[in-house]
Design a protein. Structure first.
Lengths: 877, 110
């Protein structure tokens, strides 16, 4: 409590000290007078002997105070007064910082919510996808039968595991069946995730007494609850009809619980059928390395694979992949790259602060010299100047953080889909706020230090120079400005190069030849309900009837069936053998299961041979059509037709797939079609075999349609046709080929382009402001000189040239060093943004742009100089 | 904490002299200044005022106590008195100072 008493006693201590000092002086004077000194002289003498009273009182007070903190507060309040006194200076420097801090904060919050803390789940960092790689490192998620899962759970490297089967279910009971994505999760799942419900309760292992027939209960996702129950609090106890069965709603999950993006979660039914497999996710124990866990699980899973060999590739390898790697993947690098880019922006903004402080410092030399003369130590003046720059940075930072708060609500809409998990909560967290504030203070100190060190040197000569006018601006100050401007221009050029590269890259991607026509093309996925159309013949008939009925809709030009991901992706790859190929080694091919109309619907050109016919499809003839990449790879002489290919994965691997008899995996090549991208837009086309979808009939299929006009206008009529065939059949959302192109590459590229354009524009404006300040500063300090020159007969254009010439070295230096940085860092940048950073046309364009902007920025101060009236200048003397 | 001492003195010297003076009898600031000046035969040029920040520091440390009193000449004075912990501190400082002095003299004597 000592400090408390000190605070209370401080005022008294201070008056005591003052009184004591007065007594001291009085006593001394009295004594001196008694010795015969005249009163006036005695007073002066006593004071001289005593020293600076004010300073000593202050030192005495400082003993009791926290002088450091109190000085900072005094400095801070002075700094804010100072800011109000020079509003233009303050606004420009605060805005420069605000842009930098705002952008950095926004990027921090993306890094935090996407990379550092994306999941609300307990120990989310240790939750893993268990991937099974075949020998070609092509991966699938671990699929186990439920009885295998029971044993798998007990592995000693695991801290729990859950099983899940995710399937669209049909919400019945309404006018139209609606598709609901249901996650059937093992009863332990909610304990595994450790996220308490928002309303009601979650199911636990205690609820499930008979695992083959678990209770029909459902826990709703937040989104589903909002959309379908209007966010009503009394939802618990209501019923939800899924696949014509009633489920009781027992709870609602919080918004951030978005595991697998499901709408509802229901208990998983354990089945005795080994082909009814489930996905498995595991959490590894704390302190166990990925490698160790992988090794341990490898032997476990190999044992399980021997029981059900058809669920596993022949040579399997287990790989554990942390949850976030799936979503973020290569985008993590891009995010860090963007973070680097925004720090450049921050540096450019901070350089403005330095420039402005330096320029203003000169007009304050007088004030500072007086401060030094009346006893301000250098240390004290320095700390005051630093406080001023920190105050500016903090104000700018506060504005920046406000901008970021506004911006963070836009992030989820702005970030390309699939690059961040649904669980991520965008917004400002405490961690981000602390980081940004620290950054603001640091930028204030670092970028204020240089000007402060420069102008805090008390120089008597400058005190005497009352008029504060110089005939030439000091060389040192000029050089400092040059360096700052050059740095700004250089960094701006780097950001512009990034922007230019992304523009070119997007342009290239949009103009890439696709091999199919994405206009007026769309598809709609139709998932079967579990336990329907379990007979191969019936399923095929159903599928082809749907296709025929959809094709008959007026305005639908053609319709096809496919079980694949449409371009630019493909659904699955398979190891394969090619008869007669020079090596026996297994090849990897992608498989696309389609109906013969697929090619005409997508407008993929037939290069050689023929399509299979509809009757061949219905009879499940083992025929294949290959893409031209595959034809060139294996039959460069153009004799691909007639060859036999064995596709290992062309078989029913789970209970939901029905295999045609007698499909033995061998197909004969009957045609060659042109390439379409099937591994994303950026990567080369993979060798592909198209086979009739009837060889293995899956439990879901896509209807692909080409329409007259916007395909989305046909959704209702397509759904109507499908419901007329099967009233309970649900359909998923329609995706157009253009949307797919967007989400699979274009969106990411466009996102980067927009971000870098914004960064480039911001940095260009900041550099322009910096250059403008420097030019104005030069003009204001050479006003007299220019006036005299004009008076002596110099042409006004000479003055204009003189100003431009004085900023030229900085701009040129910046352009050259920016170009050098671009060339040196090209490799690094190309790692994260596609395209050629060294593209000469692009580099030339951005350089011209930078030159144009810098000239424009310095032109106004220059013309001001040229318009100086010599008489005004001379009269000012 | 920065202390603005007289250039001629090493840190803590002023405190040591004040404590030593107060050890003999309580005194007020002016008397202290006079005493130190006189007993050093004016060898030490101490700015009189520098006494007061030092006294404040020692008050804070609890080495001295202060109270208002009336002097013999009927003047209001603030009387400083050495405390127990002040005496202890003085003893410690003096012995370490003597050691230092001895060391320096030995070096200078060689």
């Amino acid at each position: 409590m000592m400090w408390l008493r000190q605070i209370i006693a401080r005022r008294r201590l201070s008056t005591d000290l003052a009184e004591e000092i007065q007594q001291h002086l009085a006593e001394k004077v009295e004594e001196l007078v008694a010795e015969g000194m005249p009163q006036e002289e005695a007073t002066r003498y006593a004071r001289r002997e005593f020293g600076n009273v004010v300073r000593i009182e202050e030192q005495g007070r400082e003993v009791w105070a926290w002088p450091w903190i109190e000085n900072r507060f005094a400095d801070l309040s002075f700094a804010f007064r100072q800011m109000r006194r020079e509003p233009l200076f303050s606004i420009v420097s605060c805005l420069s910082i605000a842009l930098g801090i705002g952008a950095t904060t926004l990027m921090f919050s993306v890094v935090y919510s996407v990379l550092i803390d994306p999941y609300p789940y307990k120990n989310a960092g240790r939750i893993m996808h268990v991937h099974i790689f075949d020998k070609d490192a092509f991966l699938t998620d671990l699929l186990l039968s439920t009885s295998q899962f029971r044993r798998f759970q007990d592995s000693r490297v695991l801290d729990g595991a859950i099983a899940m089967d995710e399937a669209p279910m049909s919400q019945t009971g309404g006018e139209f069946p609606e598709s609901v994505l249901a996650g059937h999760i093992s009863a332990n799942a909610f304990e595994f995730f450790g996220v308490p419900p928002l309303i009601g309760r979650e199911f636990t292992s205690q609820d499930v007494t008979d695992s083959a027939y678990p209770p029909k209960v459902a826990v709703l996702s937040y989104r589903y609850w909002k959309n379908h129950f209007a966010g009503q609090q009394n939802v618990v106890g209501r019923t939800l009809q899924l696949n014509r069965e009633n489920y009781i709603v027992i709870g609602v999950l919080p918004a951030r619980f978005a595991w697998w993006g499901c709408d509802v979660y229901t208990p998983l039914a354990y089945s005795a059928d080994p082909d009814r497999t489930v996905m498995v996710f595991a959490r590894i124990k704390a302190g166990i390395g990925l490698g160790v866990a992988e090794k341990e699980l490898q032997s476990w899973i190999q044992e399980l694979a021997q029981e059900t060999p058809k669920h596993f590739p022949r040579e399997l390898k287990v790989g554990l992949v942390p949850l976030n790697d799936i979503f973020v993947g290569s985008f993590a690098g891009t995010i860090y790259f963007l973070l680097g880019a925004v720090s450049l922006l921050l540096v450019i903004g901070c350089a403005n602060l330095s420039i402005l402080l330096l320029a203003r410092g000169r007009s304050r030399t007088h004030e500072l010299a007086i401060r030094a003369a009346i006893g301000g130590t250098r240390h004290r003046i320095l700390s005051q100047l630093l406080t001023e720059s920190v105050a500016l940075a903090l104000t700018g930072g506060a504005v920046g953080i406000l901008l970021a708060v506004g911006g963070s609500t836009l992030i989820p809409r702005f970030l390309p889909e699939g690059t961040f998990p649904g669980e991520a909560a965008f917004g400002l967290s405490i961690a981000v706020l602390v980081a940004s504030t620290t950054l603001a203070v640091l930028s204030g100190i670092v970028f204020g230090a240089w000007p402060a060190l420069r102008i805090s040197k008390p120089r008597l000569s400058e005190l005497l120079q009352i008029g504060n006018r110089t005939f030439t601006s000091s060389k040192g100050a000029k050089r400092r400005h040059d360096i700052l401007v050059a740095a700004q221009v250089a960094l701006t050029l780097v950001l512009l190069a990034a922007a230019g590269t992304t523009i070119r890259s997007l342009d290239r991607l949009t103009h890439r030849s696709l091999g199919y026509d994405p206009h007026h093309l769309a598809w709609i996925t139709i998932p079967l309900r579990d336990g329907t159309y379990t007979d191969w013949q019936k399923r095929i008939r159903y599928y082809s009837q749907v296709r025929e009925d959809v094709a008959r809709i007026p305005g639908v030009r053609s319709a096809a069936i496919a079980y694949t991901w449409l371009p630019p992706l493909s659904l699955f790859r398979s190891s394969a053998q090619i008869r007669g190929w020079r090596s026996d080694e297994n090849q990897t091919l992608t498989i696309q299961q389609v109906s013969p109309e697929y090619f005409s619907t997508l407008r993929i050109a037939l290069l050689q041979g023929r399509y299979w016919t509809e009757s061949e499809t219905l009879r499940a003839q083992p025929l294949g059509i290959i893409n031209s990449t595959m034809a060139h790879l294996y039959w460069p002489n153009g004799d691909a037709l007639g060859h036999m290919v064995h596709l290992d994965e062309l078989k029913a691997r789970t209970a939901w797939m029905l295999q045609a008899q007698p499909n033995d995996g061998w197909v004969q090549i009957v045609g060659v079609v042109s390439d379409t991208p099937n591994d994303g837009l950026r990567d080369p086309v993979l060798p592909t075999v198209y086979v009739p979808y009837t060889l293995v009939a899956n439990d879901a299929f896509d209807v692909v349609v080409r329409t007259q006009g916007n395909p989305l206008a046909f959704v209702a009529s397509i759904r109507d046709r499908i419901h007329r065939i099967d009233a309970d059949q649900m359909t998923l959302e329609m995706t157009t080929a253009e949307q797919r192109l967007n989400s699979e590459g274009l969106a990411r590229e466009r996102f980067l382009m927009i971000v870098f354009l914004i960064f480039g524009f911001m940095s260009l404006s900041l550099a322009a402001v910096g250059l403008y300040s420097v030019a104005s500063y030069i003009v204001s300090h050479r006003t007299h000189e220019f006036g005299v020159r004009i008076a002596l007969g110099a042409h006004r254009s000479d003055v204009l040239k003189a100003v431009l010439k004085s900023v030229l070295p900085a701009v040129l230096g910046g352009l050259v060093s920016g170009m050098v940085i671009n060339l040196l860092a090209a490799r690094l940048m190309e790692h994260w943004i596609d395209g050629n950073v060294r593209d000469p046309l692009m580099l030339a364009t951005i350089t011209l742009l930078a030159i144009f902007v810098t000239i424009t920025a310095s032109l106004r101060p220059a013309t001001r100089a040229a318009c100086i009236e010599p008489l005004d200048v001379l009269r000012a003397d | 904490m920065k202390s603005v001492e007289n250039r001629d003195l090493f840190p803590g010297a002023l405190e040591m002299m004040i404590l030593q003076t107060l050890k003999r009898s309580p005194m007020h600031g002016y008397a202290l200044a006079k005493h130190i000046k006189q007993s050093s035969d004016c060898l030490l040029q101490i700015e009189e005022g520098s006494l007061y920040p030092a006294l404040q520091r020692m008050l804070k440390e609890g080495w001295v106590q202060a109270e208002w009193a009336l002097s013999a000449t009927n003047r209001k004075i603030r009387l400083y008195r050495l405390t127990k912990s002040g005496a202890k501190h003085l003893q410690h400082e003096v012995s370490s100072f003597e050691r230092m002095l001895k060391g320096i003299s030995q070096v200078l004597a060689t």
